[in-house]
Design a protein around this ligand. Structure first.
Ligand code: ADP
Ligand code: MG
Ligand code: ZN
Length: 494
C-alpha cells in the first residue's frame, strides 16, 4: 500500500470522501445524571460513587433536571427541534468500566433532532454550508480504566468509577462533511457554540469533549455511500483532521488495489500518523436496545422549553454579524473578537464605554492585531487589554494624545508587557505640543498654500476643517494637540 501524497493527489479526482462526526460533550452539572454524586474532575478514584452509579441491583435512577435543561439549551443552540417526549433506553454491552452491564442512553426517541451547524463553503465563497445534525441525545458516561499510575499497573488494570453516570450529550452529524478541513471547522464551530451556551467546558484533556469520526469514500458522482470506518476517541481537532486525511487515502488505496473496506472501528496513532484496526464495528442490534423500565418518558413541554430558551445567549455567528454591522470591523476580525464569549464581551463593553466605539474597533484592527500577529500571540495574551484599548481610543478622541503617540505607547506596552494604562502613567502622561506660537506659524503656511480650501471653508463647507487639521498634524509630525489645532484654525479662518 503506497498511502503517499502522490496517491492522494491522483485519486482525489476520482474519489470523494464522506464524513460524519459523533461528538460527546460532558455537561457542566454539579451532580450526575441519575444520582446525587458529584461530577467533580480529579477527585480520588472511586470516591464520587453510590449504589445507583455503581449499578447495584435494585438501586433506582432519578433524572437530574439540570442535566435536561442544559442539554435542551445546547440542542437549541445547534438549531435542533426539541422532541416533547423522548425515551431513555438501555444500551447493553459488557465492559469492565460499565458496572450495570448497560448504559442508559436514548435510541429511537432522542431529546432533539434536525439541527445544523454552518461552516464556510470554501475559501472564496461568502456562502455558508449547513452540516446537518441528525440528533442530540442524553446519556450517562461510563467509568475509566486506568493502565498506569498505581503499584501493580504492569499486571493489572484498575477502574475509576467517578465518571460513571456523569451526564453527556451525544451530537451526531449527518454524513454531510466533505473534507478533513471541513470536519475541523465543524468541530471548531461546535465547540464555540457549546462554550457560548456555557453547558460544558469542552476540555479535551479532561475528556469533556470526545469525538468519533466516521469516514467512507465513493467514486465521485455516485449517490450511494461507501462502507465507513469509525476512528475512535482522537483527542485533538488537529489529530482528527490528520487521522481523516490518512484514512481517506488508505481507503482509496484499498479500493484501487481491488480490495473492500470492512466496517470497523480504528484507532489513530498520532505518533505515526496512522490508523489501526481495533475491532469490527458492532451493529445497533448487537446492543439489544430496549426502553429503560426504571425511568418515565422525558417530557419537555412548551412552557419548560420557553423557560430554557430565555437563557440562550446570542450565539457566535449572530454576534459576528452584529460586530461587522455595528462596529464596522472586518469579517476576519469579527472572528477573532468572538473566539470566546469573554473576549467578545470585553470588546463590546470597551467599545460601548468608549466615546467612539468605531475607534476602538479600528484600534483593535489597525494597531493591536498586527502587533500580536508579529509576535505570534493570541488576543487573550495581549499585554493591552480591551479596557486599555478603550482608554487609548478616548485619549485620541479627545485630543489628549496624537495617533503617533498612541503608536509609541502601544510599542512600549508590548516591549514592557504592561497594559496601556500602566505605560501611560509611567510615561508621565505625555503632553502634546500646545505651543501656540509654533502652531500658528505652521497654520499660516498651510493656509497660504491652500487658498482653494480656504475659499471652500468660508463658503460654508465646514468639513474642509478636517483637511487643515490633518495638514497641521502632519507638519507637526503628530506632536500637535489636535484640539488646540482645531481651535486655532477656526480662529484663523474666521
Ligand atoms: P452506527 O450505527 O454505525 O453508529 P450511524 O448511522 O449511527 O452509524 O452513524 C454514525 C455516524 O456515521 C453519523 O455521524 C453518520 O453521519 C456517519 N455515517 C453514516 N454512514 C456513513 C458513511 N457511509 N460514510 C461516512 N459517514 C457515515
Ligand atoms: Mg452511532
Ligand atoms: Zn452516584
Amino acid at each position: 500500500m503506497s498511502n503517499s501524497a502522490d496517491a492522494s493527489v491522483a485519486t482525489r479526482a476520482t474519489f470523494e470522501p464522506v464524513i460524519g462526526l459523533e461528538v460527546h460533550v460532558q455537561l457542566l452539572t454539579a451532580s450526575k445524571i441519575f444520582c446525587s454524586c458529584s461530577t467533580r474532575f480529579g477527585a480520588a478514584p472511586n470516591t464520587n460513587v453510590c449504589p445507583v452509579c455503581l449499578g447495584m441491583p435494585g438501586a433506582l435512577p432519578v433524572l437530574n433536571r439540570k442535566a435536561v435543561e442544559v442539554a435542551v439549551l445546547a440542542a437549541m443552540a445547534l438549531n435542533c427541534r426539541i422532541n416533547e417526549t423522548s425515551i431513555f433506553a438501555r444500551k447493553n454491552y459488557f465492559y469492565p468500566d460499565l458496572p450495570k452491564g448497560y448504559q442508559i442512553s436514548q435510541y429511537d426517541k432522542p431529546l432533539a433532532e434536525f439541527g445544523y451547524i454552518e461552516v464556510s463553503a470554501g475559501n472564496k465563497s461568502p456562502e455558508k454550508k449547513k452540516i446537518g445534525i441528525t440528533r442530540v441525545h442524553l446519556e450517562e458516561d461510563a467509568g475509566k480504566s486506568l493502565h498506569e499510575g498505581f503499584p501493580d499497573a504492569e499486571e493489572k488494570t484498575a477502574i475509576d468509577l467517578n465518571r460513571t453516570g456523569v451526564p453527556l450529550i451525544e451530537i451526531v452529524s449527518e454524513p454531510d462533511i466533505s473534507t478533513p478541513d471541513e470536519a475541523h471547522e465543524y468541530l471548531t464551530r461546535l465547540k464555540e457554540i457549546i462554550l457560548y451556551t456555557g453547558v460544558s467546558d469542552c476540555n479535551m484533556e479532561e475528556g469533556s469533549l470526545r469525538c468519533d469520526a466516521n469516514v467512507s469514500v465513493r467514486p465521485r458522482g455516485q449517490k450511494q455511500l461507501g462502507t465507513k470506518t469509525e476512528i475512535k476517541n482522537v483527542n485533538s481537532f488537529r489529530f482528527i483532521r490528520d487521522a481523516l486525511e490518512y484514512e481517506i487515502v488508505r481507503q482509496i488505496d484499498v479500493i484501487e488495489s481491488g480490495g473492500a473496506i470492512s466496517q470497523e472501528t480504528r484507532l489513530y496513532n498520532a505518533h505515526e500518523g496512522k490508523t489501526y484496526s481495533m475491532r469490527s464495528k458492532e451493529q445497533a442490534h448487537d446492543y439489544r436496545y430496549f426502553p429503560e423500565p426504571d425511568l418515565l418518558p422525558l417530557v419537555v413541554d412548551e412552557k419548560w422549553k420557553a423557560e430554557i430558551a430565555k437563557s440562550l445567549p446570542e450565539l457566535p455567528e449572530a454576534r459576528r454579524a452584529r460586530f461587522v454591522k455595528v462596529f464596522g470591523v472586518t469579517e476576519y476580525d469579527a472572528q477573532v473578537l468572538t473566539v470566546s464569549k469573554s473576549l467578545a464581551d470585553q470588546f463590546e463593553q470597551a467599545a460601548k464605554a468608549a466615546k467612539n466605539p468605531k475607534r476602538v474597533a479600528n484600534l483593535v484592527q489597525g494597531e493591536l492585531m498586527g502587533r500580536l500577529k508579529a509576535l505570534g500571540l493570541e488576543i487573550e495574551q495581549s499585554p493591552i487589554s480591551m479596557k486599555g484599548v478603550a482608554m487609548s481610543a478616548d485619549l485620541v478622541e479627545s485630543g489628549v494624545i496624537s495617533g503617533k503617540m498612541l503608536k509609541d505607547l502601544y510599542d512600549l506596552s508590548f516591549e514592557r508587557k504592561k497594559d496601556f494604562s500602566d505605560v501611560y502613567e509611567q510615561e508621565g502622561r505625555p503632553q502634546q505640543s500646545s505651543d501656540t506660537s509654533e502652531l500658528e506659524k505652521i497654520i499660516e503656511e498651510i493656509v497660504a498654500a491652500n487658498p482653494k480650501q480656504v475659499e471652500q471653508y468660508r463658503a460654508g463647507k465646514k468639513t474642509v476643517l478636517g483637511f487643515f487639521v490633518g495638514q497641521v498634524m502632519k507638519a507637526s509630525k503628530g506632536q500637535a494637540n489636535p484640539q488646540v489645532v482645531n481651535e486655532l484654525i477656526v480662529k484663523r479662518l474666521g
